[in-house]
Ligand binder design. Structure first.
Ligand SMILES: CC(C)CCC[C@@H](C)CCC[C@@H](C)CCC[C@@H](C)CCOC[C@@H](COP(=O)(O)O[C@@H]1[C@H](O)[C@H](OP(=O)(O)O)[C@@H](O)[C@H](O)[C@H]1O)OCC[C@H](C)CCC[C@H](C)CCC[C@H](C)CCCC(C)C
Ligand SMILES: Nc1ccn([C@@H]2O[C@H](COP(=O)(O)O)[C@@H](O)[C@H]2O)c(=O)n1
Ligand SMILES: [Mg+2]
Ligand SMILES: [Mg+2]
Length: 192
């Protein structure tokens, strides 16, 4: 869903990306910055057991994920390596952000299953694209939506663990639905 925001978000993202290019930031440096912020996020949540501080890091890391591509495009350096780096590090960041729930009292088994669902959503897109099937924008909960859910759960958990748990289960179910949607998208594209 949020992928459709891409055009609108350019108004916000492009000026920041241009300024960063002027001070010498490269797309790959921004992609790596997103990962570094995710690692710091995990250390902060581990040390404080309170996600409130981590949310700011998650937001900036997410912003870095939106910025890296824009820096690449505006500097005319978008390419296959950057695409590989961006998507690969996204998976590590997704793993880090979701795994932090285990530090906040969520059921570790469900947390690990949710990590698996999140990675499966992205794997199915990658496999679909390798078979020539477009999967971008397909599925009820893509990465942008997942990040928003994760941020909401982290923000709410210190205030009401019950509400955070409802959001966690909602994210879990929506992620499972997205896996099925993307699976059906690809399986229906080819003769059995
Ligand atoms: C109810 C309240 C308590 C709500 C609380 C939540 C708030 C705190 C808001 C949190 C916002 C923030 C945490 C998340 C939003 C930012 C996020 C939308 C930006 C990153 O978007 C994802 C990015 C991913 O696309 P990309 O092509 O780089 O990567 C692909 C993706 O990983 C695919 O995954 P999937 O398979 O689809 O799951 C992989 O398959 C692909 O391989 C891979 O390439 O998208 C980039 C462009 C976005 C579409 C544009 C959106 C930009 C944002 C609007 C920019 C602003 C974000 C600010 C940080 C928001 C500030 C919020 C404010 C503080 C409230
Ligand atoms: N280090 C990078 C990061 C990204 N790219 C290019 O941008 C595309 C992703 O754009 P987003 O707006 O979704 O981040 C990616 O597919 C690459 O083409 C890059 O070249 N180098
Ligand atoms: Mg990106
Ligand atoms: Mg990305």
């Amino acid at each position: 869903m949020i992928t459709r925001l891409r055009k609108e978000s350019k108004k916000l993202i492009s000026p920041i990306a241009s300024a960063l290019i002027r001070v010498g930031f490269t797309a790959n440096a921004m992609t790596l910055t997103g990962l570094a912020l995710a690692v710091v996020f995990l250390l902060v949540v581990w040390a404080t057991r309170n996600a409130f501080y981590g949310v700011a890091l998650l937001i900036v890391s997410s912003l870095a994920d939106a910025l890296d591509g824009e820096i690449a495009r505006l500097s005319g350096k978008a390419g296959p390596f950057g695409s590989f780096l961006d998507s690969s590090l996204d998976r590590i960041e997704d793993t880090i952000f979701i795994s932090s729930f285990a530090l906040l009292g969520f059921q570790p088994l469900l947390v690990s299953l949710l990590v698996g669902l999140s990675l499966s959503i992205s794997y199915l897109r990658a496999k679909a694209e390798s078979l020539g099937v477009k999967a971008e924008g397909k599925g009820i909960i893509e990465r942008g939506e997942r990040l928003i859910f994760v941020a909401a759960i982290l923000l709410v958990s210190p205030l009401s663990f019950e509400v955070a748990t409802v959001l966690f289960y909602a994210l879990f179910v929506l992620s499972a639905v997205t896996v099925v949607q993307r699976f059906l998208l690809v399986s229906s594209a080819f003769p059995k």
